[in-house]
Ligand binder design. Sequence first.
Ligand code: C2E
Ligand code: MG
Ligand code: MG
Length: 438
Amino acid sequence: MYLAERDALTGLYNRHRFNEEMGRMVAEAQRGSTRVALLFFDLDEFKYINDTFGHRAGDATLIRVAGEVGGQVRRNEIFARLGGDEFAILVPDISEEMLKILAERITRSIAQVRFQFEGQSLRLTCSCGIAVYPDHARNTEDLVARADAAMYQAKEAGKNAWRIYRADLDDSQRMVMQLSWNDRILQALENDLMDLHFQGIYTAKERTLVHFEVLLRMRDKDDRTLTIMPGDFIPVAEKSGKILEIDRWVLSRSIKMLADVSAIPALAVNISGRSLDDPTLPQFIADELRRLGVPAKRLLVELTETSAVSDLHDARRFIEALQHTGCGVCLDDFGTGFSSFAYLKHLHVDAIKIDGLFIRNLARDPDNQLFVKAMVSVARGMHKTIIAECVEDEETLLMLAAFGVDCVQGYHLEKPVANPPLIPTGINVRTLDLPFLQ
Ligand code: C2E
Ligand code: MG
Ligand code: MG
């Protein structure tokens, strides 16, 4: 129960529990003619910290923020991490005056955090948006949209700020921002500004190359040397639905590369959870493979576990259709969603990829060692191939091999590289008898 409603990193409530509580509080406010405030905030420099100092620094930052803000939150309030650096607080029955004091306290407590990364002293700030039911919204969906809009209003005001939702400031700026991102994605698809990068997946014991994971990059229209990472545009594309087009584009490109370069062992392509809504996708894959004469077993589809489990029934149907085409299916980011093990029983995938969260600090984290061992033993018993991502050092690699993980991927072996993947000389490529390659 704890895992089902908590965020694994910070211990705060997760999105699932947050949504439940919001529904409950809004219904209660409606009955009692009271109000509910929703505060949304994210960190202004999170992406910079992650990109510059690595995910470990990013994780440490999130934990620290959860601690600082947690101290300001009362018992009847709900503090949750919604994902990435997005946090939310639900406050029942609060006066306008108290709400302003709370917002000020939260932004100030974050601004007082000092961080020391690689000798560089960093100051954190956040932008906080507030919306109130029923003043600004008639239901939970609107409440979230309005708090989100208010957060953008705070960012527009120069960050390190909080704003209560103002209808007159909404739409204009937000629409423009969202539009411009969608335009950029569209432009990138039309003008050949999308690039594929590749990262090798190796056997843990012999370290032979098994397949490559395809990772998408977008180049800036005005400065083609600027690379935009998927974390920046995939969420936007998922919101707007453009992701369906992106996923098809990546699939087509990857299948073409498999047809053109017969020396590539196999390619693993990431598919967004949104694509589960597209029932024609498995047929599209089958058609592309047949058209270019590529054996289906050279393609592996990675589904993120949280997306796969959000609608178990759809996910199951989709996975069965994919396997019908003959390609392999891997559950990505395994262990981050809730009830991973229970879902494994229902989703008949060929492989699981243990999320980097459990791997990055493995050698120094006894809890993670326990989790990984448990995941290996369950997945092994169910005849799944086990892959670990984000392997950053030799110690971790040795430990994973000893635990019985089949394959590894990470900066320790190689960073993602631009296309086409050159198979490193001296490395023996072989087709493994992993379930998805059988
Ligand atoms: P993912 O599928 O879990 O991919 C693993 C991410 O970890 C990649 O980030 C990879 O570059 C990074 N990584 C690899 N080794 C290490 C390591 O040793 N340490 C650390 N800290 N990180 C490592 P990237 O390329 O930024 O991709 C992020 C996410 O974006 C992916 O997570 C995937 O969910 C999504 N994504 C990437 N390409 C595509 C795509 O073509 N389509 C879709 N729908 N999503 C994609
Ligand atoms: Mg992946
Ligand atoms: Mg992953």
